[in-house]
Design a protein around this ligand. Structure first.
Ligand code: TYD
Ligand code: MG
Length: 463
């Protein structure tokens, strides 16, 4: 195959040059020149990658068949749900995550289950050898009959192979290890990753075969450089979690065919990823009864309320500067809540180190957990455990007021289902107590201070 012509394009100003410059000759930005395949290399290239039917013809929108309802199950229910019900034919899905978080494991399981009902799956492993995949499959105890494994890194070879096979699903693990020989840059570089992704996109659109690509999150927190892939693909899912905890959350951050609200919760076990059907139970299972510094909050993950335990520890600062550490919670938000506790509730936390941890490795970013965090810190500082079977729901404002949260009913329902008897909620919530909450007492409070008074057990006399 003749080599395609390449050029270097500045990502800042669009300046093009046939050779590489460390600094753009036009705008002077360092390191902005990225190698790109010249699309004008020949009319045949453009035609080959273009949509077969379009041929430059505009179509009446009313004549375009939508076929929007058609979804192909991935094989794992939680996975399908995150995608909005399943894979859309011809879509390109990026599954991102830190190295070692379990992307290959999840995709191998999904591929196996998918192939059992939907037909052949081609798993292109550019990272691990087919032997390694086999070992993993044995560990997962799956026998993939219709799973084909291709150990190949050359992009042209991969596309040739897929076209001969016409599988029902293609998995590329990972995009950072495949390369196009036409480009001089190394595999994993911005140029390679972008060009290969666009080839897979064209392939998916042309053939109607869904393609899932794995992308490792690099140190900067973006996949292969400056988020080069997110805008190109149809859906972006991230597999998140703490490597040292067993729980993983699969979250959609972009989805052209569905909402980005859904999350799937998995547990990494010795036998691979297991769907967690009842996340609240999982996150609360190790909770010890009545230690000070622990409170239960109810964040919504997508449309799903999940009960989580928030732990806090306050201790006298040994050096001049107090430390504040948050795991699974935003540090800036924590600083704000500490300031509220200080100024509005009257706790003297100026010389206290404060550590906050959301148990189970989950990251919660919702303001509705504010009250849980406040209660946990308050409880630790006062040395008073939280009242038994109590959950805390509410956003805390800068003047210490409690603000209402969205979808309170859903959260209360989940808390009731999990056997909680009391919920501390914002007084601003306008609706009256609904009949649905017969087993849970709703305690409405206006401020963080009232919430702490209502939520913590009475101070013990010995103190
Ligand atoms: P892997 O899927 O290779 O991660 P990624 O593709 O995201 O880099 O998973 C890596 C980790 O998962 C590894 O540390 C071993 C662990 N693991 C299990 O705990 N159970 C299993 O069944 C498997 C296959 C892996
Ligand atoms: Mg992997």
């Amino acid at each position: 195959m003749p080599k395609a012509r390449t050029k270097y394009v500045c990502q800042q100003c669009g300046h093009e040059s046939p050779g590489y410059y460390g600094r753009c000759p036009d705008c002077g930005t360092w390191g902005s020149m990225v190698e790109t395949v010249e699309q004008s290399a020949g009319p045949s290239t453009a035609r080959r990658h273009g949509s077969p039917s379009a041929a430059g013809q505009a179509t009446r929108l009313s004549d375009v068949s939508s076929d929007g309802g058609h979804r192909i199950p991935v094989g794992i229910d939680e996975f399908s749900r995150v995608l909005g019900g399943g894979l859309v034919p011809g879509s390109l899905v990026l599954v991102g995550g830190d190295p070692g978080i379990g992307k290959s494991t999840l995709l191998l399981q999904a591929s196996t289950l998918h192939s059992a009902t939907q037909g052949t799956v081609l798993y292109v492993s550019a990272e691990e050898s087919p032997q390694q995949i086999k070992l993993r499959a044995e560990r997962l105890n799956v026998v993939p009959e219709d799973l084909l494994v291709l150990g190949e890194t050359d992009m042209n070879q991969i596309v040739t192979q897929i076209e001969q096979m016409t599988p029902s699903l293609v998995v590329i693990d990972s995009i950072q290890t495949v390369f196009l020989p036409d480009l001089q840059s190394a595999a994993g570089s911005v140029a390679q990753v972008r060009e290969c992704t666009s080839r897979f996109m064209q392939f998916a659109k042309r053939s109607g075969i869904p393609v899932m690509i794995v992308g490792h999150v690099t140190k900067e927190g973006t996949i292969a450089g400056p988020r080069v892939l997110e805008h190109m693909v149809d859906a972006v899912l991230y597999l998140e979690g703490d490597r040292y905890h067993q729980y993983r959350v699969l979250r959609a951050v972009k989805n052209r065919f569905g909402s980005t609200d859904e999350v799937g919760v998995f547990e990494m076990t010795d036998g691979g990823m297991r769907e967690v059907v009842n996340p609240s139970q999982a996150f609360l299972q190790e909770r010890s009864g009545n230690a000070a510094g622990s409170a239960v909050a109810v964040p919504l993950e997508g449309s799903r309320p999940i009960l989580v335990e928030v732990q806090a520890l306050t201790t006298a600062t040994s050096y001049g500067n107090p430390r504040r550490t948050a795991t699974g919670f935003d540090l800036n938000r924590l600083q704000m809540l500490i300031a509220v506790l200080q100024q509005r509730v009257g706790y003297n936390l100026g010389m206290q180190d404060i550590f906050v941890n959301v148990v189970g490795g989950l990251r919660v970013a919702e303001p509705a957990v504010d009250l849980g965090v406040i209660a946990a810190i308050g409880s630790s500082h006062a040395g008073r455990p939280v009242e038994r079977d109590t959950v805390f729901i509410g956003e805390v404002g800068l003047s210490g007021e409690l603000r209402s949260v969205s979808q309170l009913d859903r959260r209360l329902n989940e808390a009731q289902k999990m056997g909680f008897k009391r919920a501390i909620i914002p007084a601003t919530t306008t609706r009256g107590p609904s009949d649905r909450f017969q087993d849970i007492e709703l305690h409405r409070v206006a401020t963080a201070q009232e919430a702490i008074e209502a939520g913590l057990s009475a101070p013990s006399r010995s103190r």
